[in-house]
Design a protein around this ligand. Structure first.
Ligand code: SF4
Ligand code: FES
Length: 244
């Protein structure tokens, strides 16, 4: 970061996003400023309540011609940011296809369908099919908890439950472990199962999952298909960001 960038980080100013002027506040990232002013940049691992992780790369934008993650790059005066372009949306579509084939995301049979950020982002990016060969992994389903279900086949490793458990609940129930293709979500309990953890259904960590990996038992299809968050209004047309 140059001296001028450091000065800008401390002072509010404006940058342009796809030609539109955006105000930013002290220390805000490009994605934070865009979201606060009602502008949509696709993202999966970022949530306004938590610090940025920068892992999904869906928020990739071009900043003064250089590629960067909008959730981790601080806004600075005079930046020219491009987001809604054919090439960046094409890159996002490829990332989404890789996420879809890496897990088991069968939308028609998933309780989260219509309320799922992964599915809604794929619709926005005009993803018509998986393109790559499916992995069809065989991952654990943890149904041990009396009130919650965890299906690791649907986990996209966004780490929002990890951050929520640490930052809000003060429990550290979840962690990300392993490397590369073996990276996976861990439960911090003697048996590795949710039932032996301190997780409760009212915890923020149990209510932040953007996909259908953490579900509440006995409330399946409480909101009928057709009346769910993304059923009728595209994600990109919705102003951020009510709690999922
Ligand atoms: S369980 Fe949900 S919130 Fe937690 S890392 Fe996986 S996708 Fe993200
Ligand atoms: S939202 Fe920025 S990398 Fe995931």
């Amino acid at each position: 970061m140059s001296h001028n960038d450091r000065i800008d980080a401390l002072n509010p100013g404006t940058f342009t996003l796809d030609g539109e002027e955006i105000d930013f506040g002290p220390g805000e990232s490009i994605l934070e400023a865009a979201t606060r002013t009602g502008h949509y940049i696709p993202h999966l691992c970022w949530h306004p309540e938590f610090g940025a992780k920068g892992s999904c790369r869906l928020c990739t934008v071009r900043i003064n011609g250089r590629i960067g993650a909008a959730c981790t790059v601080q806004a600075a005066s005079g930046q020219e940011v491009q987001s809604n372009t054919d090439d960046l949306n094409g890159l996002r579509k490829t990332l989404l296809q890789m996420i879809f084939i890496e897990g088991n995301h069968f939308c028609p049979s998933c309780e989260k369908s219509g309320n799922c950020r992964l599915q809604a982002t794929a619709y926005d990016m005009d993803m018509q099919g998986p393109h790559f060969e499916e992995f069809y992994p065989d991952r654990r389903v943890d149904s041990s908890h009396p009130d919650l279900l965890l299906d690791l086949n649907r986990c996209i490793l966004c780490s929002l439950c990890v951050r929520a458990s640490h930052d809000v609940d003060g429990k550290d129930v979840f962690a990300i472990g392993g490397h590369g293709i073996q990276t996976h979500l861990l439960i911090n309990s003697p048996s590795g199962k949710m039932v032996d953890s301190t997780l409760q259904a009212s915890d923020r960590a149990a209510n932040v999952c953007p996909v259908g990996a953490i579900l509440h038992k006995r409330v399946g299809f409480a909101i009928p298909i057709g009346k769910r968050k993304y059923d009728n209004v595209a994600l990109s047309k919705q102003v951020e960001e009510s709690k999922p």
